[in-house]
Design a protein around this ligand. Structure first.
Ligand SMILES: Cc1cc2nc3c(=O)[nH]c(=O)nc-3n(C[C@H](O)[C@H](O)[C@H](O)COP(=O)(O)O)c2cc1C
Length: 191
């Protein structure tokens, strides 16, 4: 079993990343290795709706950039996909949305490659928009035919400056239990 956590924040090492790191640490305790992908360090261009992926059906996107194909291949390779985003004006970041659009389209063009993988969303905001953004990312998981476990609360956190999230103990507990549920599910599936 392998996990990938994708942080849609423009900031490296921020609050979203801290919640994703916590999730990866719990997965590692449960014997599931994982890697963090930071979109702050990549440049994923948006989907151009060229439809090329539905013609070639080769798991490739015709839009050229320095990041998409590598991330998409890693997502395909993973059994668990975590998507995290800070709230930017009430929604997920443009970087994460670009990735979801392209990975979603290429994945669906190739027989729903994410079908029955496990995963889930994580969001952080200073004040408001976490639930909307969580739902926005959930729509992607649902249409990808993926399986998302629950937790003791929604996977949302509060924080503005980098590190603020460490004060949000409920958010840390929520993502901890979420990741424990992923480990539980992964073991059940393997039985
Ligand atoms: C462009 C931009 C838009 C933002 N919009 C919102 C917002 O709509 N609601 C909110 O509560 N916080 C908003 N924030 C604050 C971030 O969500 C908050 O600082 C969060 O902790 C950033 O997460 P990160 O550390 O993972 O980057 C915004 C920040 C930026 C840079």
């Amino acid at each position: 079993m392998k996990a990938i956590a994708i942080n849609g924040s423009a900031r490296t090492g921020g609050n979203t990343e801290a919640l994703l790191e916590k999730s990866l640490a719990v997965l590692a305790d449960g014997g599931i290795e994982g890697e963090m992908v930071r979109l702050s360090e990549k440049s994923v261009k948006p989907c151009t709706a060229c439809g090329s992926c539905f013609k070639t059906k080769d798991n490739r996107c015709a839009v050229q950039d320095d990041a998409f194909q590598q991330i998409y291949d890693a997502m395909r390779d993973a059994d668990i996909i975590l998507l995290g985003s800070p709230v930017y004006f009430g929604s997920a970041t443009a970087n994460l949305t670009a990735l979801m659009d392209r990975a979603g389209y290429v994945g669906r063009a190739n027989g729903n490659v994410f079908s029955r993988k496990l995963g889930g969303p994580v969001t952080v905001a200073r004040r408001a928009g976490q639930n909307f953004t969580l739902a926005q990312i959930m729509f992607w998981f649902m249409i990808m035919d993926m399986v998302v476990p629950g937790s003791s609360y929604w996977n949302v956190g509060f924080g503005r400056a980098i590190g603020d999230i460490k004060e949000d103990t409920e958010a840390l507990e929520t993502v901890t239990h979420f990741a424990e549920n992923l480990v539980w599910l992964a073991k059940k599936i393997g039985e």
